[in-house]
Ligand binder design. Structure first.
Ligand SMILES: [Zn+2]
Length: 340
């Protein structure tokens, strides 16, 4: 067994599967790394690719590698600089709606060229959820006729949007949220106090990327705190104040499309807070995410009945449906907050 310096947090089973496939040279033609944002899929994908190429290079040169990736060979150096000629990164261009069929064809051309360094050709698609329908069809053609020593690695937060024929041709690697305990320990290692680590581990609900971001980026944390305060102020307030809070939430968003997007994010978040209140009502405090606001949430858990919270959750779900059908987003949410 080789030594690996992947420095991953959690996901032990996945790490073992991937490392074993490198050592036994049993690599799949296509992988689908699936799971919510912030679980470390991208990080692990890069370590995996780096190790495949480093391992292969050292095998070809009959060199013994002490650890993988070695961070020393030609491949490792090129990968670290993101200039490796055999690795292709496919992603949505910033000003575009999706990954186009032309982009997939371009990727295919590159994959079909012989490897510069006589090794694997690897494409990383991040994120596959951005592929347009025609781009997916073009990708399917590539997957149907796999070439030897070619690997496609798709990253997806929700592969239900992908063609089932694509999914069935990939080895699916499912990423699950990490245990709070794992994140807690990692935050302590980064230097957080126990109290801080406890609050942030709960808040990140299994997303290590989010936890690190909250810890390292004070603005990000402040934004969360401010946002939650505003949401909690919707309860037991008069209409004019409630509408002022909505104004604040939507300040800076110009058209209905932007407002819609913003409200969708906001509603996802409201659901999480309401679930916390429900959890408290059922004495399931260990499930509470927003520990920062524990006292205020406990207050609301006493003031409101469970059925009222459940009804609010159902109404939020309904508003999210309306938003899909181009209904005036502001109006839909105004109607909702009158129920708080
Ligand atoms: Zn190397």
């Amino acid at each position: 067994m080789k030594k690996y310096n992947w420095q991953t947090i959690g996901h032990n089973k996945i790490v073992k599967i991937l490392q074993k496939s490198i050592e036994s040279n049993k690599l799949a033609h296509a992988y689908l790394f699936s799971g919510k944002e912030g679980l470390g899929k991208r990080f692990l994908a890069e370590k995996f690719i780096n190790s495949i190429l480093c391992h292969d290079y050292n095998l070809q040169n009959k060199q013994e590698v002490k650890s993988l990736p070695c961070n020393d060979c030609v491949f490792c150096n090129q990968l670290n600089k993101k200039i490796h000629p055999d690795v292709y990164f496919l992603k949505k261009e910033e000003d575009k709606k999706n990954i186009s069929v032309e982009q997939v064809r371009e990727m295919q051309k590159v994959l079909h060229m012989a490897s510069f360094l006589n090794s694997y050709k690897i494409a990383l698609i991040d994120s596959a959820d951005d592929l347009s329908e025609s781009a997916q069809n073009a990708l399917l053609k590539i997957l149907e006729e796999p070439k030897s020593k070619t690997i496609l690695l798709l990253i997806s937060s929700d592969y239900k949007g992908l063609l089932p024929t694509i999914v069935s041709r990939c080895q699916i690697i499912r990423f699950l949220p990490l245990a709070n305990e794992t994140i807690f320990k990692h935050l302590l290692e980064l230097g957080a106090s126990r109290e801080q680590a406890n609050l942030l581990a709960a808040l990140s609900h299994g997303q290590i990327g989010g936890a690190i971001n909250f810890y390292k980026n004070q603005d990000f944390l402040n934004e969360y705190i401010e946002n939650t305060k505003q949401f909690l102020a919707l309860f037991n307030n008069n209409i004019s104040n409630q509408f002022k809070i909505l104004d604040n939430l939507l300040v800076g968003f110009k058209n209905n499309f932007e407002i819609n997007n913003q409200l969708n994010k906001e509603l996802d978040y409201w659901q999480l807070v309401l679930r916390d209140i429900l959890a408290m009502q059922y004495n399931l405090d260990n499930l509470v995410i927003n520990l920062y606001f524990k006292d205020k949430l406990a207050d609301l858990a006493k003031k409101y009945k469970s059925w009222q919270i459940i009804e609010l959750l159902a109404k939020i779900k309904a508003v999210k449906q309306y938003l899909k059908y181009n209904i005036n987003p502001r109006l839909a949410v105004e109607n909702l907050v009158l129920n708080f």
